[in-house]
Design a binder for this molecule. Structure first.
Ligand SMILES: O=C(O)CCC(=O)C(=O)O
Ligand SMILES: [Fe+2]
Length: 318
């Protein structure tokens, strides 16, 4: 069993009581920390993930069928093939809602190339670990976060940082960002590249075989600022392929984004947040636009692109 402590000088302060043998041990590093160390027996099925990417890279007819299940934005994103300035990676975005649109016949074509195994992995990880992690995070937040997570609003993402992109020498795998939701569990194939911003501008590498839980904007808001968000990025080594699998967990789409519970927030939030004027769905749309721009999957006018970071800060903070 691997224990991945990213910042060992900080004493874990929130370890849930030990439960049955299969209960994962999750320890967050400190109340201002942005990462958790996790003991996960589970390893993501990277041979299956590689097989799925390899198959889709060479079978455009299956890409077209997969994308047709979510015509709004597609499922496999390959902007990095022709955009040098965007993130140099390919992604496959799945979610329980989208997966229900994948037909039996498409499953029959893609299951031999890993899809079935990958979906089983995400489904089992979410059932096994998400409630425990929410419980641990609730200790740090000082309030029960599970009340805002009743519908399992999740996304499953596979990333292929592949040397075969438009800018093979670019170090930019995934630009600096903070995830929008409550937390994300990142599984890695052993290849380094993931980095956390410990203090502004100071990037700390995460070991390539660590599984980490990173908190996002919704955790900051719901916890009244008691939980901080983990800004992160992925650097590429030219010529080296890196695979990752990420499970994103967010509050229910209709939840009003404001500090939960009765205690006073420890940071000053904007009126929009304090009055609960923004729901998770709207916040996700604003964040998603910025996200797709960075990844090269959506255009944005240049005025928007410059102000997006500030836009989120202004929306959240007073
Ligand atoms: O590939 C990784 O390790 C992280 C990816 C990531 O941060 C994301 O997709 O939000
Ligand atoms: Fe992320």
């Amino acid at each position: 069993m691997a224990t991945n402590v990213i910042n060992p000088q900080v004493t874990p302060i929130a370890t849930p009581p030990s439960g049955p043998a299969e209960t994962p041990a999750v320890s967050f590093l400190s109340s201002s920390s942005t990462t958790a160390s996790v003991n996960l027996e589970a390893k993501a099925p990277f041979p299956a993930i590689q097989a799925l990417f390899d198959h889709l890279h060479t079978h455009p007819e299956d890409v077209a069928k997969l994308n047709a299940t979510y015509p709004h934005r597609g499922v496999i994103k390959t902007a990095a093939l022709h955009k040098t300035e965007s993130d140099q990676k390919f992604t496959i975005d799945l979610s329980p809602m989208r997966n229900s649109r994948i037909t039996e016949s498409l499953r029959e074509s893609l299951d031999p190339h890993g899809l079935g195994e990958i979906l089983n992995f995400f489904n089992s990880i979410s059932a096994q670990y998400v409630p425990t992690i929410l419980t641990s995070l609730s200790i740090l937040a000082g309030t029960d976060l599970s009340v805002a997570h009743t519908s399992y609003n999740m996304n499953y993402r596979l990333c292929d940082y592949n040397p075969n992109t438009a800018a093979p020498e670019s170090l930019n795998g995934c630009g600096a960002h903070t995830d929008y939701g409550t937390f994300s569990i990142i599984f890695q194939d052993g290849t380094p590249g993931l980095e956390l911003e410990e203090t502004p501008g100071m990037w700390v590498p995460v070991p390539g075989d660590a599984t980490v839980v990173l908190t996002g904007w919704c955790a900051v808001i719901l916890s009244g600022g008691r939980v901080s968000a983990a800004r992160h990025r992925v650097r590429r080594a030219p010529g080296v392929r890196r695979l990752s699998a990420v499970l994103f967990v967010a509050p229910d789409l209709d939840v009003k984004l404001k500090p939960l519970g009765d205690s006073q927030p420890i940071r000053s939030f904007s009126d929009t947040i304090m009055r609960g004027h923004m729901d998770v769905e709207t916040f996700k749309q604003v964040m998603g636009k910025r996200w797709r721009y960075r990844e090269g999957n959506e255009e944005m006018n240049s005025a928007d692109s410059l102000s997006q970071d500030n836009e989120i800060d202004n929306m959240v903070w007073g």
